[in-house]
Design a protein around this ligand. Structure first.
Ligand SMILES: [Zn+2]
Length: 72
């Protein structure tokens, strides 16, 4: 899974316009006023949780691979 394809809620910091879009598109400006779009706070929390899950999964995979003796 890629965090860039995650649908997040965003809000324009200038005019308050809200939208849902893929995370990678959050860097694009507001379509109404050209202002900066910011990720909704509640979604920032879930994004952090997803990032932590991804890191944990990578660590688990590394441990499993080393336990299997890959690379010996
Ligand atoms: Zn705006």
């Amino acid at each position: 899974m890629s965090i860039n394809k995650t649908i997040v809620r965003g809000q324009c910091s200038s005019c308050g316009w809200r939208s849902q879009r893929q995370y990678k598109n959050m860097s694009k400006p507001c379509p109404k006023c050209g202002g900066t779009m910011v990720v909704d706070e509640s979604d920032q929390e879930s994004m952090k949780a997803m990032a932590i899950i991804a890191i944990v999964a990578m660590v688990v995979l590394a441990v499993v691979f080393s336990a299997l003796g890959v690379g010996k």
